[in-house]
Design a protein around this ligand. Structure first.
Ligand code: CMX
Ligand code: CO
Length: 142
């Protein structure tokens, strides 16, 4: 197939986000299992999470501990238990990517980009548009 296809949304999988109940315990389990030290840890108040990142190739595994029960991750863990929380796609321009999703009729969580960890710019699209998987768009710092 060629012609008429818009440019693709993303350049890579940036990370997979995994909701955990105890961030320190999970980070230690992943450290042993992956045979690698975490590369980053950050509290992101605006998202209600603390994250630990492990690098795998050019992508990350993002462990997410909730900062409280009424946060996105806190509610997820109490309703569904630990596990895959979202898939994050790396994009060149979050604003343009949001426009592409909007044009494709995908339900958005964020209407506009916002700051994420590591100086990234992020936005979320609703799981309903991606067959049950919450989607994050990530633009690396310029
Ligand atoms: N993946 C798939 N489904 C999810 C989900 C997720 N991560 N989180 C909630 N749901 C489902 C619930 O299971 C529930 O399904 P049912 O109706 O079938 O029971 C439904 O969505 C509603 O659940 P809820 O607890 O009422 O959740 P809300 O609708 O209030 O919020 C969502 C869901 C996705 C809009 C919200 O979590 C959100 O805005 N997320 C974006 C921000 C975020 O997740 N930040 C943390 C990560 C930060 C980072 O990666 O840096
Ligand atoms: Co994420």
């Amino acid at each position: 197939m060629s012609g008429g296809l818009p440019p693709s949304l993303a350049t890579a999988i940036d990370h997979v986000g995994i909701a955990v109940a105890d961030l320190d315990a999970a980070a230690e389990d992943y450290r042993r299992a992956l045979g690698a030290e975490p590369v980053h840890r950050e509290r992101v108040e605006s998202q209600g999470v603390e994250e630990v990142l492990f690098a795998v190739g050019g992508s990350y595994v993002q462990l997410l501990g909730a900062l409280g029960p009424d946060t996105a991750v806190g509610k997820f863990v109490s309703k569904r238990g630990e596990g895959l929380h979202h898939v994050a796609y790396r994009v060149d321009d979050v604003r343009a990517a949001l426009e592409m999703l909007r044009a494709a009729g995908v339900r958005l969580v964020d209407e506009a980009p916002r700051p994420g960890s590591r100086g990234t710019t992020i936005a979320f699209a609703h799981p309903s548009g991606f067959h049950g998987v919450l989607v994050e768009l990530v633009q690396e710092p310029r």
